[in-house]
Design a protein. Structure first.
Length: 472
């Protein structure tokens, strides 16, 4: 596609240097239409393959990713500003998701249900063409969250990566072809959300949309998809609590708190950005937290010694700045000056629990610390947002851990840790953090239709062949 107009290309920047890495053609609505037609043809052939053959090809795809893991990681460092260690994990997560999904192909079974007069069984059939709209904060793994199980269940996938991070997705599509996946089965269409994204959501040939991104855009996706009764999975925003009770190992909680919200420069829906600390250990916790925040090394994401890299873009940098005014008290680390989208690690204290920075998703390296008196207040504060994606509970009391886990309205909670995501366990949110679940042992079934078949065992010789007086 000739680059005659800015909307016809995507300019990919290195967020650490602001240098242009690449320009990529931006897909149009016509491109989406052609891709859906190609995907439908490929899907029919893919679904007809024996399950063992589909599983074998997905494992070859996983092997190809593994063989190019360092290449993919370095590409992620350059286009997304991710720490190189994190980027290697992300490429490895794509490999592992493909392997895990391949293991489910031959185990995607229906049920036999006891009924009178015959045999009743269910069959899980693929939906057809699935659209995956991936975000810029974790371009590779989140793209694979939808792509791997959808392919394993017998579907074709059209992936639209975020405008700022299309390069790893394009490389994955090349690796899929090299591994032997059929042409058209897994396509990547970089493009602008209002153009390519909307065309994908509104296309009648796309059976399901998997969207990860902001709550505001997620609502638009749901509204547009509902016009066609399109199946939609949404993984949206978060404002996750990190609840520290006085009986917890406070040293361990304080040591773990920084990277619970600074990982990926805070650009993580699961980031524990609301640190709730019981009043009896509040001062002690802050005393332990301050040197840990001030000691975070922010800089070149390709450097193994760096702890935190840049934000993704100038737009995101300005958004984060809007939440941290000069009059706010707290703890502040350091960040580089000059080119790049840098913001220092920041902890805000002494704010009203209803302040914007305390209840809205900043999506940057900013957290608030709020005191509480008892368990009931901790739960109330934890639930005092529109979101419910993740969270952590620090306590030595097992009964309290269970009570609070049940009371906090969030889809993924961890006790005495900050672990939110494992590809073999379900992931998703409550409230405005999303609809549906991804990952885990049921991931493939989310990309299938259940067909019910009843087979009568009544002998046909006992059935009248006359149509006179009978209901047809």
């Amino acid at each position: 596609m000739p680059a005659e107009h800015p909307l016809e290309v995507l300019e990919v920047l290195n967020p650490a240097t602001e240098e242009v890495l690449a320009t990529v053609p931006a897909a149009t609505a016509a491109d989406v239409d052609a891709a859906v037609a190609s995907a439908a043809r490929a899907q029919a052939k893919w679904a007809a393959l024996p399950p063992a053959d589909r599983a074998r090809l997905l494992r070859r795809f996983a092997t190809a990713v593994d063989e190019h893991l360092e290449e993919l990681a370095q590409l992620e460092v350059r286009e997304a500003g991710h720490m190189v260690g994190n980027a290697r994990w992300e490429a490895g997560n794509v490999r592992d998701l493909l392997d895990y999904a391949a293991g489910g192909v031959e185990r995607l079974t229906g049920r036999q249900i006891p009924v009178a007069g015959g045999l009743d069984l269910t069959i899980l059939e693929p939906l057809g063409v699935v659209g995956v709209i991936a975000p810029w904060n974790f371009p590779m793994p989140i793209a694979a969250w939808g792509t791997a199980p959808a392919l394993a269940a017998g579907n074709a996938v059209i992936l639209k990566p975020a405008e700022t991070t299309p390069l790893t997705a394009l490389r994955l599509a090349e690796l899929a072809l090299e591994a032997g996946l059929p042409e058209g089965l897994f396509q990547v269409l970089p493009g602008h959300g209002p153009v390519a994204g909307t065309a994908l959501v509104e296309h009648p040939g796309v059976a399901k949309i998997v969207f990860t991104g902001s709550t505001a855009v997620g609502k638009q996706v749901l509204a547009k998809g509902s016009a066609l009764l399109k199946r939609v999975t949404l993984e949206l925003g978060g404002k996750s609590p990190n609840i520290v009770f006085a009986d917890a190992d406070v040293e361990a909680a304080a040591a773990a708190a920084p990277m619970a919200f600074l990982d990926n420069s805070g650009q993580d829906c699961c980031a524990r950005t609301r640190i709730l600390v019981q009043r009896g250990v509040y001062d002690r916790f802050l005393d332990l937290l301050a040197p840990a925040i001030e000691g975070i090394t922010v800089g070149d994401p390709a450097d193994e010694k760096t702890d935190m890299g840049p934000l993704i873009s100038k737009v995101q940098l300005e958004r984060v700045r809007s939440y941290v005014t000069d009059d706010l008290a707290g703890i502040r680390g350091t960040a580089p000056e000059g080119p790049g989208f840098w913001f220092p690690p920041t902890v805000v204290t002494g704010v009203d629990p209803r302040a914007r920075v305390a209840v809205e998703e900043v999506f940057g390296p900013v957290a608030v610390v709020l005191p509480f008196d008892d368990e009931a207040e901790a739960i109330a504060l934890a639930n005092a947002t529109d979101y419910g994606l993740s969270g952590s509970i620090w306590t030595r009391d097992v009964g309290r851990a269970l009570r609070v886990s049940k009371a906090v309205r969030a889809g993924n909670l961890s006790v005495n840790s900050h672990s939110s995501v494992r590809y073999w366990t379900p992931f998703g949110g409550f409230k405005q953090s999303g609809i549906g679940r991804e990952l885990g042992p049921d991931a493939l079934t989310a990309f299938t239709e259940t067909k019910n078949v009843f087979i009568s065992d009544v002998s046909t010789t006992n059935v009248s062949t006359s149509t006179e007086g009978s209901a047809q």
